[in-house]
Design a protein around this ligand. Structure first.
Ligand SMILES: [Zn+2]
Ligand SMILES: [Zn+2]
Length: 214
């Protein structure tokens, strides 16, 4: 797998393009204000992006969806339980004093236990509510292999967890999602968070203060 990552002010939210090693098949994850850098990487590598995948619908993760969709023509995927946030993107922007155009409507909703296929890539969609109701983590790897890297949005960070004080957030639900879904992955699994550096499941299992039992 090849991974292209970018972030841009004001939110410094990480956006990703994940591409198959062999083919040009790719997906784009959470296009935000850094979308132009991601689109440049897609053009430079002649990647064929088959899906625009959203981990959740907070403003910082969706501000680049319209540009990504216009440039790539790929369907936008979202969890239905975050539709209220997605449709409220303009209102979220006003909270930050930002003029935000509403993103195009989602094309598809994730279903329980589903995977999204993009050529040689498989993306397992894991519902992990808590930071928001429709939060998902995306486990991406080559088709036919169990190798996965996790794109967790704002569910888990290196040394921290997502905030739970926004509409639809719930602390106990978030901790349960992390324990029952993410910590089931092997220690060496690489974790790409929506903000900050990457980490591994093992590092968070050992030292994340929200996850270690005292
Ligand atoms: Zn968020
Ligand atoms: Zn975020």
């Amino acid at each position: 797998m090849r991974i292209f990552e970018a972030a841009a002010p004001p939110f410094m939210k990480n956006g990703f393009v994940v591409a198959c090693e062999e083919s040009a098949d790719a997906v784009i994850i959470d296009p935000g204000d850094e979308v132009d850098a991601l689109l440049r990487a897609i053009a430079a590598e002649s990647l064929d992006v088959k899906a625009i995948l959203l981990t959740h619908a907070h403003l910082d993760h969706v501000t680049g969806v319209a540009r990504a969709k216009a440039a790539l023509g790929a369907p936008v995927w979202l969890h239905r339980d975050d539709l209220f946030l997605y449709e409220g993107a303009e209102a979220q922007g006003r909270m930050f004093g930002l003029a935000v155009k509403p993103p195009p409507p989602p094309d598809r909703f994730y279903e329980p236990g589903m995977s999204v296929e993009s050529g040689d890539l498989t993306v397992d969609v894991l519902h992990t509510p808590g930071h928001c109701p429709g939060g998902v983590c995306l486990a991406v790897g080559p088709r036919g292999s169990s190798e996965r890297e996790l794109f967790v949005g704002d569910t888990l960070f290196a040394g921290s967890i997502g905030r739970t004080d926004l509409p639809g957030g719930d602390y106990e639900t978030l901790i349960r999602s992390i324990r029952e879904v993410l910590l089931q992955f092997p220690d060496e699994t690489v974790v790409h968070s929506g903000h900050g550096p990457e980490t591994t499941i093992g590092a968070e299992r050992r030292s994340n203060p929200f996850l270690t039992d005292v």
